[in-house]
Write a protein that binds this ligand. Structure first.
Ligand SMILES: Nc1nc2c([nH]c(=O)n2[C@H]2C[C@H](O)[C@@H](COP(=O)(O)OP(=O)(O)OP(=O)(O)O)O2)c(=O)[nH]1
Length: 199
């Protein structure tokens, strides 16, 4: 963990959009924050702040190990409006990467989270309806568009995927609904598309 400093005025956060499969994702892992009090109960991407000198991807793999007890393989970055990442509150920015679990453990909520939940990608409206940390909402929309589960129009709060079609080739199974964590290891397909190097 680090905070803004004279060397780096930004607090750099990195988050994981963990999918149940790289080749044919049907579910996304979301996490409900336990603290601080003002964020308690809000949903987020698992992750955290980068340590000094640590790259975003390196930090994210570390955070997923610490917070969820699993090893993840990062896939693609959810493209942000600027190279530093998505703006959060204050001077914080966050880069978000899709990921899959690569060991045979299941993600488990530790002290950081009240609960984890696998949510079905075939119901983007339900995902957007979660009580997200406000700064995360545009990121969630971009993620769903990247996964082609919502339309690629300029989605605002009033146009948040409701009634849009499932069109993405990545969605193979529309039968799942939100479910408690069961974990799915994935060792398949190499990185693709918008992969970025760490910084
Ligand atoms: N992990 C995470 N943090 C987020 C998200 N959206 C968002 O605004 N944040 C904010 C909340 C926090 O102010 C900051 C990340 O802090 P953190 O508490 O998760 O990071 P950390 O584990 O390294 O920090 P610490 O508890 O060790 O101090 O970024 C998100 O989707 N995931």
């Amino acid at each position: 963990m680090t905070t803004a400093s004279a060397q780096d005025p930004l607090t750099r956060v990195t988050g994981a959009a963990i999918l149940d499969s790289s080749a044919a994702p049907t579910r996304l892992l979301v996490a409900q924050r336990a603290y601080p009090e003002k964020l308690r109960g809000l949903w987020e991407f698992p992750g955290g702040k980068q340590d000094p000198g640590e790259g975003a991807e390196e930090a994210l793999v570390r955070e997923c190990g610490e917070e969820l007890g699993v090893t993840v393989r990062l896939l693609d970055e959810v493209p942000a409006p600027n190279p530093e990442g998505w703006p959060l509150k204050g001077t914080a920015v966050m880069r978000v990467f899709t990921a899959v679990v690569t060991d045979d453990r299941e993600p488990a909520a530790g002290e950081d989270h009240l609960q984890l939940r696998w949510v079905a990608l075939d119901n983007p409206a339900a995902i957007l309806d979660l009580d997200w940390i406000p700064a995360d909402l545009p990121i969630v929309r971009a993620l769903l568009e990247q996964l082609a589960v919502v339309g690629t129009t300029t989605a605002g709060p009033e146009n948040s995927g409701v009634g849009t079609a499932l069109s993405g080739p990545l969605i193979a199974d529309a039968a799942h609904t939100g479910a408690p964590v069961t974990g799915t290891a994935d060792t398949g397909v190499p990185r693709s598309r918008t992969s970025h190097s760490g910084r």
